[in-house]
Design a protein. Structure first.
Length: 108
């Protein structure tokens, strides 16, 4: 593990690419899975929150941090949810000193 992180210290700083989507097409009142996939970032210090109306949704699951060629990292966070009219769902990503929120757009 030490060799992985010492070698990754030579990699260039890179902001994350973020995708927010649902497992199935969005339908009000129908259970679904909200997914936030974050990729191509370095260093690996990152925090992801899934939000409903600006509040963290409890019970979200996160994959283990993985890396690709060039020491770019990726991970995915997901949670079960039921979209309803008037609610907004989003993924908030904190990487280094930057924080961005990406809104889920239902297919309705």
């Amino acid at each position: 593990v030490l060799a992985v992180f010492s070698a990754s210290a030579f990699a260039k700083e890179s902001p994350p690419k973020t995708q927010v989507y649902s497992r199935n097409p969005g339908e009000f009142g129908k259970e679904n899975t909200l997914i936030c996939h974050v990729s191509d970032f370095h260093p690996p210090d990152i925090e992801i929150d899934l939000l409903k109306n600006g509040a963290v949704i409890p019970g979200a699951k996160q994959t283990d941090l993985a890396f690709e060629k060039g020491w770019k990292f990726h991970l995915t966070k997901s949670v079960e949810f039921t979209p309803t009219s008037g609610d907004s769902f989003a993924c908030r990503v904190r990487h280094l000193k930057n924080e961005k929120t990406y809104t889920w757009e239902p297919d309705m």
